[in-house]
Design a protein around this ligand. Structure first.
Ligand SMILES: [Zn+2]
Length: 236
């Protein structure tokens, strides 16, 4: 009887030990697979993040529609804005350009030439995509070209003043692309600039109506124009 009890107890102990070890091993396995799964999730998160960051630069360039892509009108444009800026109040007395015949708030930005360009051909490029509305001469400008463009899905007219109108590249009605050469700058103090120094006057007028005034008497009227240098990279 004692022998039987001893065998029974031994068997129970052995079975209990086996059950304990088996359940311990199963728990370890499930813990391990949990960790592997978590690691996998982390890895796929990282992959998502890196693929997201790889996508975003491309996505932001897609957001900019071609109609809103502006360009500088001249090489090294930013270095040329040294005299009359947008909105500056000019009088014959205070003007950075002497002698001065104009007065009022400047409705555009003036781009000056470099000394070596005085007798050189200086090509003026379109700053945006859009139809050429007018190419003619006008008092105060000499040669003048006006283009229709879009800024933030709103129409604007772009005025390029003091051009050599004879150096015709396009005619009214032509579709122009940003960067296309419109014309050369008019010769210094000639009929091409209406006696002004050789430089470019660039004006952005809101809406599709043409207003060629280079100066306005009231500051409130300036609200009908946009500072060209506020549109990147026109003055870069
Ligand atoms: Zn000007």
């Amino acid at each position: 009887m004692n022998k039987f009890l001893f065998l029974l107890i031994t068997t129970i102990v052995v079975i209990a030990t086996l059950v304990f070890f088996l359940s311990y091993e199963n728990r370890n396995k499930s813990l391990q697979s949990d960790t592997v799964e978590k690691n996998n999730i982390n890895a796929s998160d990282n992959a998502n993040q890196s693929s997201n960051s790889a996508v975003s630069p491309g996505a932001s360039s897609v957001e900019q529609s071609p109609a809103n892509a502006f360009q500088p009108p001249l090489d090294r444009a930013g270095e040329r804005v040294t005299k009359k800026k947008f909105g500056q109040y000019i009088t014959p007395q205070n003007s950075p350009v002497q002698p001065e015949k104009f007065s009022g708030y400047h409705t555009g930005t003036d781009f000056e030439i470099f000394p070596e360009e005085l007798d050189a051909d200086v090509p003026v490029k379109a700053v945006c995509d859009g139809k050429l509305l007018s190419a003619r001469t006008a008092s105060g400008y000499g040669g003048l070209t006006i283009q229709s463009c879009e800024l933030d899905n709103e129409p604007i007219t772009v005025l390029y003043g003091h051009l050599n109108i004879a150096s015709v590249k396009f005619k009214a009605g032509d579709e122009i692309k940003a960067g296309d050469v419109l014309r050369s700058l008019g010769a210094d103090k000639s009929t091409q600039t209406d006696g002004e120094r050789k430089h470019l006057h660039l004006g952005f007028h809101k809406g599709s109506a043409i207003d060629i005034r280079g100066y306005v008497n009231l500051k409130s009227e300036l609200g009908n124009w946009i500072d060209p240098c506020s549109i990147d990279p026109v003055c870069k």
